[in-house]
Design a binder for this molecule. Structure first.
Ligand SMILES: [Zn+2]
Length: 274
């Protein structure tokens, strides 16, 4: 590696990964709350890096920290976990799973419980658990409930997607639902890792019209009430591995999105943890 200087710089509030043990000890004199987010190493189409969810998680924990600070709550931005569960394969299969380096549900639950228990040993009592890979949702709820029952650990799992379904059309160029790798997610990656985004080949793609509308029949982590864990051909056919119009994304939109997600997560944390 020739260019040693550009690999890493600290921006924004330091995460736990960037603090010394002394700095962490100092920060924990004023708080026992830590913010974590869970991403994945996952194929995000032609335009986004495999670590898209991780890079966003690394930014989101700092934005949530700042949003909570504005409400008068001190916290530690913990870390972004790069490992997540497999996609549900509902709308993506075959070549669009290439590169996915995933954990099975049980391994994810074990890993996350171990991490939280280790942080609990360090003295954290309250955990803000965020999602940057929607498919981690079920396993994360299992973890949070288990740790509450067994160890009295206080946590919330904040799925910020459903409360932003009516927000996105007000800030994005496309009013249609932007799914995995769509305009909003692409904008967020542009806001945190612009050099890794390649919009040139990202053509628009939208899922076919719903022929069998069911009340709240969409995926639960998008605001519906159904878990769908198998390929659904009509959604997967012709799919480029993302949904929406990523080429319209800008880094500015990403900043607006991050702030809105963080504000909502902070409000939920304030309601239940403080
Ligand atoms: Zn993603």
């Amino acid at each position: 590696m020739k260019n040693w200087k550009s690999l890493y710089t600290v921006k924004g509030p330091k995460s736990m990964m960037e603090m010394t043990a002394e700095e962490l000890k100092e920060a924990m004199k004023e708080t026992d709350t830590v913010i974590l987010s869970f991403g994945a190493i996952e194929n995000h189409g032609v335009h986004l890096p495999l670590g898209a969810d991780y890079f966003q998680a690394n930014t989101l924990i700092r934005c949530v920290h700042e949003a909570l600070l504005e409400m008068g709550h001190k916290t530690v931005p913990g870390f972004a976990v790069p490992f997540g569960t497999q996609t549900n394969q509902f709308e993506r299969q075959g070549e669009h799973l290439f590169g996915n380096a995933y954990l099975n549900e049980k391994t994810f639950i074990e890993m996350t419980e171990d991490l939280i228990l280790a942080l609990h040993e360090t003295g954290f009592e309250k955990f803000v658990l965020c999602l940057n890979h929607s498919e981690n949702h079920s396993a994360l709820n299992v973890v949070a409930k288990d740790l509450a029952n067994r160890f009295g650990i206080k946590s919330i799992v904040a799925d910020w997607v459903p409360p932003h379904n009516d927000f996105w059309p007000t800030v994005l160029k496309n009013a249609e639902h932007q799914g995995h790798g769509g305009e909003d997610e692409t904008a967020c990656v542009m806001a945190c890792a612009p050099a890794l985004v390649h919009l040139e080949q990202a053509k628009p793609y939208y899922a076919p019209e719903d022929e069998k509308p069911v009340k709240m029949g969409g995926l639960y982590y998008y605001g519906g009430s159904v878990g769908v864990f198998m390929p659904v051909e009509r959604y997967a056919d012709n799919s480029p591995g993302y949904i929406g119009d990523p080429a319209d994304a800008t880094a500015e939109e990403g900043v607006v999105c991050f702030r809105a997600y963080a504000k909502w997560i902070a409000q939920a944390a304030d309601k239940y943890l403080f």
